[in-house]
Design a protein. Structure first.
Length: 465
């Protein structure tokens, strides 16, 4: 949808409009619009006096209704959907258990990781003996490499670039911590081999590296098992399956390796990230007892506590938009209703439309809606299309002329002013630009007679009645 710009006088309540119409009629009578005639036919040129009235400039921008947050819960490992504790459409609270995944593979990996961790701790307490220190270090490195490779592969399955890169960064940081310990162990082993250090120092350094690697592998397996119980990350309304915005796996499955939890900046609810659903026409619901793989969307929680709008404003208009600006909204799904809205923020970086134009995203808070008779309008749903009307400028007591009176000549805005019965070109400075009226800041005085129709047919010095 391309940008739509429309300027119009301020929207007033229905009860005020009859009084406004009466006032406008009075203005028309006082300004005395005239039209020269010949043989009873109306002339294409018309003249009216510049008046004083209120005028507002409004920008129309396409928009979409947005939820405050949306988080999709995915299976952290291969298995079956053991149970679902909620119904679609049910409102849930944050932390509430929604579903449980049964994964024998994840349980077995946890058992093996626990045994490896216990063995590493026992070896550290017992001193580990002499043994093949270099071989032990190489084995520890191979196990660590496998752990980090599996974590990177899981992160790579997330299609959202921001979330994927952030998770991969966390994996790299965890690997760097291990590598620092492994380097210390390697230095100690080499010192023993050169005969410049005692065996206990090398064994201790190697045991530290082994314990760190084993602990990280155990944390990953433990967190994966814990994540088999799917809990609501935000309060909201439940729907089955995921959304069609992006694909990926639950970052909770990496939480152990990433230091015991998913950072707030990586929260899918904050980033709006959710795994992709199947093609159209396929039910996204996973039945109880159905097979799931790591990353399968199970449920999505949508927080509709505060709806918003994401609008796109053209670069030619965005400098007029600021936080706190009031707006009115019309929805395609609710004809005849209008909603209140307030600008929350304006993006600094632009977006490029499919047509190649440059626009900026504007985020708004969506308020209540009303029909013309005052009846409350229904609450919209996320994803609905809308048109936002941003009242960017207003002049309450301005000298105005009809928009048709202003034209461009030699790169300047000008009007035809009638003095002594003849037209004179007068450069003007335009202020607020309404749909029908334009504020003249400089160049025209109140009561000046202006050509308001047929300006393209007037020449300098021409007699105008």
């Amino acid at each position: 949808m391309g940008r739509v710009r429309r300027t119009e006088p301020p929207r007033l309540p229905a009860a005020t409009r009859p009084r406004l119409l009466t006032a406008l009629l009075a203005v028309l009578v006082l300004t005395g619009t005239t039209a020269a005639s010949c043989g009873g036919e109306e002339s294409p040129v018309a003249v009216a006096a510049a008046g004083r009235t209120a005028v507002a400039e409004v920008i129309d921008a396409p928009a979409t209704v947005t939820a405050r947050a949306a988080a999709t819960l995915t299976a952290p490992a291969d298995g079956t959907l053991a149970s679902i504790r909620v119904q679609p459409g049910q409102r849930v609270r944050r932390g509430q258990v929604l579903a449980v995944i049964d994964s024998p593979q994840a349980q077995e990996r946890l058992r093996q990781a626990k045994e490896a961790l216990d063995a590493a701790k026992r070896a550290g307490r017992g001193g580990g003996g002499g043994g093949d220190l270099s071989g032990g270090l190489r084995g520890t490195d191979r196990a660590a490499d496998e752990t980090y490779a599996a974590a990177r592969a899981a992160a790579a399955r997330i299609s959202d670039r921001e979330l994927r890169e952030a998770l991969l960064l966390q994996v790299r940081q965890a690997q760097q911590r291990y590598q620092a310990a492994a380097r210390a162990a390697d230095r100690a082993v080499r010192a023993v081999q050169r005969g410049v250090s005692n065996l206990n120092a090398a064994v201790g350094a190697l045991a530290t590296a082994q314990r760190l690697q084993a602990q990280q592998a155990y944390d990953l397996a433990r967190t994966t098992v814990d994540a088999l119980t799917l809990r609501a990350p935000v309060g909201g309304v439940v729907q089955v399956g995921g959304t069609a915005t992006s694909a990926g796996v639950s970052p909770e499955s990496l939480a152990g390796l990433l230091g015991g939890g998913v950072p707030a900046a990586l929260d899918p609810a904050a980033l709006g990230v959710a795994p992709a659903g199947p093609p159209p026409g396929v039910d996204v619901a996973v039945p109880v007892g159905g097979l799931v793989t790591a990353g399968t969307p199970v449920l999505t929680v949508v927080d509709t506590g505060q709806l918003g709008l994401l609008a796109e404003v053209d670069e030619t208009d965005v400098l007029l938009v600021r936080a706190g600006l009031a707006a009115t909204v019309e929805l395609d799904a609710v004809p005849g209703a209008w909603y209140e809205a307030t600008v929350r923020s304006v993006d600094v970086l632009p977006t490029t439309s499919a047509r190649g134009g440059v626009g900026y995203r504007v985020r708004l808070l969506l308020g209540a809606g009303r029909f013309g008779e005052g009846e409350a309008a229904p609450t919209p749903r996320p994803g609905m299309n809308a048109v936002v009307r941003l009242q960017v400028r207003e002049a309450t007591d301005a000298i105005t002329v009809p928009a048709s009176a202003v034209f461009t000549a030699d790169g300047r805005d000008v009007v035809w002013v009638v003095r002594g019965g003849r037209a004179e070109r007068a450069p003007v400075t335009v202020g607020v630009q309404g749909e029908d009226l334009v504020q003249i800041v400089r160049g025209v005085r109140l009561g000046d007679r202006i050509v308001v129709r047929g300006a393209d047919q007037v020449r300098d010095g021409q007699e105008v009645g």
